[in-house]
Design a protein around this ligand. Sequence first.
Ligand code: NAP
Ligand code: F7E
Length: 323
Amino acid sequence: MPKALITGINGQDGSYLAEFLLEHDYEVVGMARRSSTDTMGRIAHIADQLELVQGDLLDQSSVNALIDQHQPDEVYNLAAQSFVPTSWSQPVLTGEVTGLGVTRLLEAIRYVKPDTRFYQASSSEMFGKVQEERQSETTPFWPRSPYGVAKVYGHWITVNYRESHNLFAVSGMLFNHESPRRGLEFVTRKISQHVAQIKLGLTDKLPLGNLDAQRDWGFAGDYVKAMWMMLQQKEADDFVIGTGETHSVREFCEIAFSHVDLDYEEFVVRDERFYRPAEVDVLLANPDKAGRVLGWEPQVDFNSLVTMMVDADLELLRKEHGL
Ligand code: NAP
Ligand code: F7E
């Protein structure tokens, strides 16, 4: 039975990846930080099939000990301070976790179990102010936030450990991917939750920032499969993962509201607090290499993603409020 260690197992992607690996007969060890409250909601339904261990990317010895004790065949580094606005208010922490955290894990692997295969969760935020209309593995980076900068460091340190120490270390440059398990502060989930609240009469406004920002949005369940595929290749290599379509925040709103027979213009209000000091205006993936080499294709289209998220939030709120 292959053994995988997932950092950030209780995050959105960690939960989908854990499900995927369990279905593929892996022994799954999940690293999560100690918290004073329960943060395991996304993996509660599979908790009895996982080995959950405490660790923190800020703490080198905890990371070393995990690699030593569990001797994983594969490590998926999904842990990060992942919310872009927080990276402006906590830039040093973001650099420590999202950037240097990658090196801590790579160092542990290099000294303790160098044949471990390593996946780094890189991001389309590295492309930021885009240098090509469709961003591929060869598009130059121009990050626009401390988060994007930290991810560029994480990407290059992964490439560097592959080149310097011959580790099987790969960087997956994933474009935005969403789901009903997305954190509530990210724009897609914020919209789907508010649409459901408005439909059920629980609120009457949705405050948003830049409605013209465009993203290449896919479904998280599709993207975790690509992570696994990258680690099954003969040679370690880096891949862009996205849908090859871009849509605006406004379009997301239009579809989400019209799915419940409402008009977004009646409920969306502009709120200065949600604008960013430097915006990433538009992202659009060129995922040709992933299609050609990995045979990976997204299964869920934009429309289905939006309606899936709205339906899930409606169901959740109905249960919560006994409606
Ligand atoms: P997420 O839901 O925010 O999950 C992040 C995880 O990291 C959580 O489990 C969090 O634990 C953990 N974490 C934070 N700081 C930590 C620390 N110091 N030590 C250990 N764990 C820590 O993010 P996601 O959407 O699943 O994304 C997974 C990864 O892919 C992240 O690295 C993200 O930056 C990257 N990424 C995401 C997307 C996307 O569109 N979703 C696209 C490209 C790349 P707590 O619950 O304790 O906070
Ligand atoms: O913003 C605009 C905002 O926070 C998307 C992370 O997973 O994907 C994510 O980063 C866009 C931005 O995601 C609001 O200005 C408008 O242009 O959902 P988001 P993100 O910043 O793209 C990448 C790939 C990652 O790697 C990250 O970890 O939506 N927007 N109004 C808003 N955004 C938020 N959050 N809230 C608003 O009210």
